[in-house]
Design a protein around this ligand. Structure first.
Ligand code: NAP
Ligand code: G4F
Length: 361
């Protein structure tokens, strides 16, 4: 019998990488897809077109707000593993929709855990919760470990805090094999375009391909621990393959500011950014040092009321117990994303070389 995995959030960045990984490992993969008026499966196109693996891949309509739907799917599929990746995952937007975020990101996890219990699968189904470094919020220590106290700073972070603790509670109350993956930011060429890394690589790709544009950003001086999503989904899987369940940080152990990331991505296209104006003010701009052309400005709409200033994870526990370690550094990651964004714009395949200065990072 093939192992069966059920994935919520299958159409997202992590859902698509995890589906591919599990299919390659010989699983049957069942994904919960939201009904939408536009097609939302573009990240799954490769799998859907690949005859060698798509026969083991099944999509079902559902939603984390719909408890009966989840119970029915869990009852029909009888999964060995459930990965709860579905979420309203944009931190800033969670302030516009705090109640929805609590319902999906917080209570949604409870609905999946209850479905396991209602179906009597406590001894069969292992559960992974997509927990997050946003829980550390206003950090109380650097770097953050599994023992660092939580201090979330957004409706997203607070909703995820509920999901995190209800997962721990179901593990302790019902002896469920339930793990929280406390993942630091992880990106890829299929990262959502409203996240800062992809926003930067997409705009720099446009500029490189001769299109007009200025990169409008918020706070340039926040720092994130950015890793490669494809490596992180392997860590999720490893958590569910251990003898006993637990909570694990996945991170690179290095952090970079938004400002540094902007500079490095522009450097790939041989542009050096010069910052002008008071550092950290709304008037600060970034220009092309050689030509004086405006390339970066600050838009207050992207500033956050409750900013999380610095995230830096200590992944030692994952290394020691899971044997997991991040391999790709932020420079290689940014290069990969930029290359992919250029290739998407450059349909006629004109050869466009960007300088690969990863070594300089
Ligand atoms: P993503 O690309 O935004 O994907 C989120 C997924 O959740 C999408 O498939 C989305 O469906 C689905 N979803 C949204 N609302 C839903 C609902 N009401 N019911 C069911 N599904 C719903 O996020 P990601 O980057 O892959 O992240 C995966 C998970 O890890 C999320 O829970 C996120 O909060 C968490 N996380 C991410 C990071 C990171 O850096 N990427 C770090 C820590 C934790 P549509 O495609 O229809 O929108
Ligand atoms: O790319 P971001 O929107 O990611 P953020 O808020 O760190 O959240 C991501 O990582 C979390 C893990 O720590 C996940 F749980 C969550 O689901 C999501 O995947 O913003 C990164 C930083 C922030 O400090 C933000 O203020 O970049 C700063 N920033 C500056 N200008 C911007 C912008 N962020 C966005 N999205 N857009 C800007 O223009």
């Amino acid at each position: 019998m093939k192992k069966r995995a059920l994935i919520t959030g299958v159409t997202g960045q992590d859902g698509s990488y995890l589906s591919k990984l599990l299919l390659e490992k010989g699983y049957e993969v069942y994904g919960i897809q939201r009904r939408s008026s536009t097609i939302n499966t573009h990240r799954l196109d490769q799998i859907l077109k690949d005859r060698t693996i798509n026969k083991n891949f099944f999509l079902h309509y559902g939603d984390l707000s719909d408890g009966t739907n989840i119970v029915r799917l869990v009852s029909e599929i009888q999964p060995d593993e459930i990965y709860n990746l579905g979420a309203m995952s944009q931190v800033q937007i969670s302030s516009d929709s705090p109640e929805y975020t609590a319902n999906i990101d917080g209570v949604g996890a409870l609905r999946v855990l209850e479905a396991i219990r209602i179906c009597g699968l406590e001894n069969k189904t292992k559960f992974y919760q997509a927990s997050t470094s946003e829980l550390f919020g206003k950090v109380t220590e650097v770097p953050q470990t599994e023992k660092t106290p939580f201090y979330p700073r957004s409706p997203y972070g607070v909703a995820k805090l509920y999901a995190h603790w209800i997962t721990v509670n179901y593990r302790e109350m019902y002896n469920l094999f339930a793990c929280n993956g406390i993942l630091f930011n992880h990106e890829s060429p299929i990262r959502g375009e409203e996240f800062v890394t992809r926003k930067i690589t997409k705009m720099v790709a446009k500029i490189f391909c001769g299109q007009q544009g200025v990169l409008s950003l918020g706070n340039l001086d926040t720092k994130r621990d950015w890793g490669y999503a494809k490596e992180y989904v392997e860590g999720m899987w490893l958590m569910l393959q251990q003898e006993s369940p637990g909570d694990f940080i996945l991170a690179t152990g290095k952090s970079t500011s938004v400002r540094e990331l902007v500079e490095l991505v522009f450097r790939f296209i041989d542009i050096e950014i010069e910052w002008i104006g008071e550092r950290g003010s709304l008037d600060e701009i970034g220009i092309n040092k050689k030509t004086g052309k405006l390339l970066v400005n600050i838009d207050p709409r992207y500033y956050r009321n409750n900013e999380v200033d610095l995230l830096l994870g200590d992944p030692s526990k994952a290394k020691e117990i899971l044997g997991w370690e991040a391999k790709m550094n932020v420079g290689e990651l940014a290069y990969k994303m930029l290359r992919s964004d250029i290739d998407q714009i450059n349909h006629n395949n004109k050869i466009l070389n960007i300088s690969n200065r990863i070594d300089a990072i």
